[in-house]
Design a protein around this ligand. Structure first.
Ligand code: ZN
Length: 236
């Protein structure tokens, strides 16, 4: 079924803190919201599970949001994952490379995700894409920068012959500001939901519960999430 709602967005939703916040942001704004996730051979099935629990949690939180949230789509990109091996998709150490990028960098990942998402959005009659890409991340992934997103937006608009804006509400936010945005959108209940259900840890570790959520506590993703949480709490 095509939705063709003028105010509709397809959210790139991985089940992490950032994309969970963006999903809430989109639900607060657009009449119709659907989600897309990618299975590209991540070591962590836990990420894909977190997505379903978060979607259910968000619809419990707010009746309007429940009415706006449409189906989830999981796209199998294991072929891409196989050719783009990194520390996330293979058993490799998380470290910094000589060119300044971490080994968690998966070449072309966001370019592939956005292109696939745009094809689904087109088919579903969704008007725009939204994602948690962020320039302030420690990692500095080049395909998460707004400059890259602007160029991608242009390419998609030309190639689809239809406007395909890409919203990136977290682009300039620190992790502390992302927690603050969740608080603004859905109060403590939303913050609690994201703490409890979203998954960020690169190692897929959900064995330990910290005040900022589950994770190993010392991979770069956990460190970033932890620091953001404490900075936000300290500033409240
Ligand atoms: Zn971790």
């Amino acid at each position: 079924m095509k939705t063709n709602t003028p105010s509709s967005a397809l959210v790139l939703f991985s089940g992490g803190q950032d994309s969970a916040t963006v999903l809430a942001w989109a639900l607060a704004r657009f009449a119709r919201v659907e989600t897309i996730g990618f299975d590209y051979g991540q070591s962590h099935e836990v990420e894909l599970e977190a997505r379903q629990r978060l979607r259910a949690g968000l619809t419990d939180l707010d009746a309007d949001w429940a009415g706006r949230l449409g189906p989830d789509h999981v796209v199998d990109l294991s072929g891409y994952g196989a050719l783009a091996e990194s520390a996330l998709t293979a058993e490799m150490e998380i470290a910094w490379r000589e060119d300044g990028l971490p080994t968690t960098f998966v070449p072309g990942r966001n370019l592939v995700f956005l292109t696939v998402a745009s094809a689904l959005a087109y088919r579903r009659g969704m008007r725009r894409l939204a994602g948690g890409m962020c320039e302030t991340d420690f990692s500095g992934y080049p395909d998460c920068r707004r400059e890259t997103i602007d160029a991608t937006e242009q390419v998609l608009t030309l190639g689809l012959q239809r406007d395909m804006p890409i919203d990136t509400p977290l682009m300039q936010l620190t992790k502390a500001q992302t927690w603050a945005l969740a608080d603004e959108l859905g109060g403590q209940e939303l913050v609690d939901l994201i703490v409890e259900l979203s998954h960020t840890c690169y190692r897929g570790d959900r064995g330990q519960r910290h005040d900022w959520g589950y994770g190993c506590g010392d991979c770069p993703a956990c460190e970033l999430r932890q620091r953001g949480w404490h900075d936000w709490r300290a500033g409240k």
